[in-house]
Write a protein that binds this ligand. Sequence first.
Ligand code: 13P
Length: 252
Amino acid sequence: MSNMRRPLIAGNWKMNGLADESLRQVQDLGARVGKFDDPACDILICPPATLLREMARVAVGSSVKMGGQNCHAEPSGAHTGDISAEMLKDSGARYCIVGHSERRADHGETNAIVRAKAAATLRAGLVAIICVGETLEEREADKTLDVITEQVKNSLPAGATATNVVVAYEPVWAIGTGKTPTTLDVKAVHRHIREELSRMINDADRVRLLYGGSVKGSNAAELMAVENVDGALVGGASLTAEDFWPIVKTCI
Ligand code: 13P
């Protein structure tokens, strides 16, 4: 973690959460965060879009911000079932995750699509959390850094800066598996991402780089201490305030 970059601890709820329980969880998290006058990190929950507006309302005044998990590249139009970045903003989002590996795999999202969605996110005035990460097959074939280079180069939108984009490194094989890369591996990939960014944008040293994939209370401090890791993107362990709090606490 670096003093130069404000850490971001983000929860990605994926397709989980019904209203009553979710509102209780965000209230609980807000109450825990509320004990800190001036949190030293940004705290974000990306719930399903169905919960965004109400969760944002409950979180008002608590330093817990809301984000979307995906958006369409267009602002509006004939795209049944899709949601635009403008709609997410209108519902209380401040950020939007784009290019999550589950979207890349389940919905065939290419780097070009991810870039268009990231551009839409910026257009709507949201911060884009752009996800990259190798599969197990790619790692075993020693292609990790090449895959990351391709994803970073081709997923970042024009006009990306340290204030409007965050990059999340999520090795696909570490998501939901309880497995994490070694801290040396995380360090090597994060350094590589920062080097790639420095070829593309002026303030690359200020871009926040998150690690994601099986982050939990028991391994968060170790991962957050790795050079160039400026926060976490957390799935399963972000669903309850009780599990998320120890991760938030490593930065707050
Ligand atoms: P888990 O923390 O459940 O491994 O999920 C990580 C993730 O995909 C966050 O976007």
